[in-house]
Design a binder for this molecule. Structure first.
Ligand SMILES: CC(C)(COP(=O)(O)OP(=O)(O)OC[C@H]1O[C@@H](n2cnc3c(N)ncnc32)[C@H](O)[C@@H]1OP(=O)(O)O)[C@@H](O)C(=O)NCCC(=O)NCCS
Length: 188
């Protein structure tokens, strides 16, 4: 397994996943704060399956949701990167950028730092021409990351994977098209 970082930032390394990432990833997915804007917590087995699916996506497409570790300590703190949505909407199929970090790692600009590096790599090396991102309207913290990394708000949509009437069904949709433009202010 190739564990060399695919991307490095001033503070972070983005890489493929290791078996050792599964326990901290599972703990993260059982944290109610991390899962506040998801319909459920995840069991250990669901997290392990999720890592397998992420790795299969890398094998198939050459990109995916990168495991993120802190450069100085090597500590796994979550993921940031690309995936393909598993639902149909007017903007699918598409490439989505997403992020999820352990709560202890929040509020330090890590998500924005990792996402900027991923976008620059996506539009540059990977040759992507459009990247979308979405989150529940209530998840203003995640929407703030989209704004900080220079994405543009497209509008709102009802997520077809969430039950009608559920508070998490309304979503905001953001995009970046053409090329990666560094944000006008430092996102970190
Ligand atoms: C969303 C998440 C990845 C952000 O990680 P992070 O490393 O803390 O993000 P950053 O520090 O780069 O930026 C967060 C921004 O949100 C702001 N913020 C924090 N709490 C906020 C809130 N309740 N409402 C709005 N903005 C908020 C921060 O102040 C910061 O903006 P600023 O730099 O302009 O002050 C992290 O909170 C997380 O993992 N959440 C749970 C999983 C999740 O919801 N993932 C997204 C699903 S679509």
């Amino acid at each position: 397994m190739d564990t060399a970082p695919i991307l490095t930032t001033p503070r972070l390394r983005l890489r493929r996943w290791l078996p050792a990432d599964i326990p901290p990833f599972a703990r993260m997915n059982q944290d109610p704060a991390v899962r506040e804007f998801f319909p459920n917590l995840m069991t250990y087995d669901e997290s392990a399956v999720s890592v397998r699916l992420i790795e299969r996506h890398f094998d198939e497409y050459g990109y995916g949701l990168y495991a993120v570790e802190v450069g100085l300590t090597g500590e796994f703190v979550g993921f940031t990167g690309f995936s393909h949505p598993g639902f149909d909407a007017w903007f699918t199929p598409c490439v989505e950028i997403g992020w999820r970090l352990r709560k202890e790692a929040w509020g330090q600009g890590y998500a924005s730092e990792a996402a900027c590096a991923a976008l620059a790599y996506g539009f540059g090396t990977l040759g992507l021409t459009k990247v979308l991102s979405w989150t529940a309207v209530l998840n203003t913290r995640s929407e703030r990351v989209m704004q900080k990394i220079g994405m543009s708000r497209v509008g709102e949509f009802e997520h077809p994977g969430v039950a009608q009437g559920h508070v998490l069904r309304p979503h905001v949709l953001y995009e970046m098209v053409g090329e990666f433009r560094f944000p006008t202010r430092d996102p970190i």
